[in-house]
Write a protein of this length. Structure first.
Length: 461
């Protein structure tokens, strides 16, 4: 029996033959002290608490890793077939994931907890029912559900670190409006890289290997703090002619991001944003964005370099663009129905005709899951509560009943059930976020939480 961390399978071409060990501006930190060509900082109480909890967890896990290396280093964990190689290492167990596990029947687990359990146990915004995504980052880092006080202090810390340097603002403000928002985001992250604490400390020549993880944590917190104002600025530049919405430090990290987007200032939009960001925060280490971030980070490239590369992977049509493809398909289906009320019979025939024409139906199936994606189920429950009569949601609901049997009847689909992308775009557009080219940026904001937690543990273990 192999203890945690989790052995996982590579599920994308970028994971081929990779054996993984584990998977700012100066104003954004308190009390910068400049001296000797290096910058140091006064550490806040919440960061000290976070470090102590991570360190305590590492001390518990170290014997597990030592035993694995000493007693089981030569133990086989499976066979590799030619088909696996041709498929880009799909199904090959060759990665270790510390923070989450994708179970084929239960979906993703954050530190052993199902998403339903995370929704129930994680602290929530005042009056809200959604587990805060920043609290999920704490969970991924520490294997502990944070207290209300800890999440409040963490949010205050993230607000303090969120300042974007002027040279980065100047850069993103100068980019063409027709440049894809994901291109702009990757450029913005690279422009933030000179502020990397890890990079500065490594270049100083004095950083010990045992200190790598602490400086990686600093960068992780800074990047998570900065990515929401950076992403919202890109959004307002591209779609609202540079008319920006000022941050609201009284809000939580996710709620403030929704606020800065400026498309809908209701509590419901803040809640759906929290929901999306929490559900997409982590997904093992074998998908394109997580694995690319980890792979680049394994060269000791700092988190800004590493996550900028992950964002480029996320921009691919087979990864992060899936949610907007699903929304477009729903809209096209709605148009094709010509005003008819969608029924199982009508959608069954439409699905069969779609497949017969050689087209695919997006939003159904998954490389690992063999049941309905719990992320879809949670979003469906949210939609049923908040906008049950929305035409697109009603159409998606009928698709949920009609399409799986059609796919299953082909005998070619291992999992005919809907995945998270089948509904996430519908939830966004309901509240006015209908700029589909931006959807992948929201995904990137969310996935920064898990990718950064993974990088910290990679440097720690």
């Amino acid at each position: 029996q192999v203890p945690l961390p989790y052995l996982v399978s590579a599920s994308c071409p970028s994971a081929l033959a990779m054996l993984s060990r584990l998977s700012s501006s100066t104003a954004s930190r308190a009390a910068w002290v400049v001296g000797g060509g290096r910058r140091t900082f006064a550490q806040s109480a919440i960061v000290s608490t976070l470090q102590n909890k991570i360190q305590a967890l590492a001390e518990k896990k170290t014997p597990q890793f030592t035993k694995l290396r000493k007693d089981h280093a030569s133990a086989p964990i499976g066979e590799v077939t030619i088909g696996m190689c041709i498929g880009g290492a799909r199904g090959v167990k060759c990665l270790l994931s510390e923070t989450s596990l994708l179970d084929p029947m239960e979906g993703i687990r954050y530190r052993g907890r199902t998403l339903e359990e995370c929704m129930e146990q994680l602290p929530k915004a005042a009056g809200g029912n959604v587990g805060l995504p920043e609290a999920s980052m704490w969970l991924l880092l520490t294997d502990e559900i944070p207290t209300e006080a800890e999440v409040k202090a963490l949010n205050e810390e993230l607000h303090k670190r969120s300042t974007i340097p002027q040279h980065v603002l100047k850069l993103v403000d100068s980019l063409p409006k027709d440049m894809h928002p994901m291109t702009q985001l990757s450029m913005g992250l690279l422009a933030l890289q000179p502020g990397s604490v890890f990079g500065q400390e490594y270049r100083s020549g004095t950083m010990k290997k045992t200190e790598y993880w602490k400086h990686t944590l600093e960068d992780a917190l800074n990047l998570v703090a900065q990515i929401s104002p950076l992403s919202s600025r890109i959004f307002r530049n591209v779609f609202f002619n540079g008319q920006h919405v000022a941050a609201d430090p009284s809000l939580d990290w996710a709620g403030n991001y929704a606020h800065m987007l400026g498309v809908n200032d209701t509590d419901a939009f803040k809640e759906v944003t929290r929901l999306y960001l929490m559900l997409h925060a982590d997904h093992e280490g074998g998908n394109v964005s997580a694995h690319t971030t980890h792979l680049v980070g394994s060269a000791l490239s700092d988190p800004y370099y590493a996550y900028a590369s992950g964002v480029c992977g996320l921009a691919g049509p087979l990864h992060g663009l899936a949610n907007q493809e699903c929304l477009r398909w729903l809209k096209e289906t709605q148009k094709a129905l010509g005003g008819q009320e969608p029924t199982v019979e009508i959608l069954t025939k439409y699905a069969k005709d779609t497949l017969a024409s050689g087209k695919v139906i997006p939003g159904f199936g998954h490389g690992v899951l063999r049941k309905t994606d719990p992320r879809y189920t949670i979003q469906r429950a949210f939609a049923a509560k908040h906008f049950p009569e929305d035409p697109l949601f009603k159409l998606a609901n009928v698709c949920y009943e009609a399409i799986p049997p059609v796919l299953e009847a082909t005998g070619k689909v291992k999992n005919p059930w809907p995945n998270v992308d089948a509904l996430s775009g519908t939830c966004m557009q309901r509240y006015g976020l209908n700029q589909e080219d931006y959807y992948t940026v929201v995904f990137a904001v969310s996935r920064s939480l898990g990718c950064m937690a993974n990088l910290v543990w990679s440097r720690l273990m």
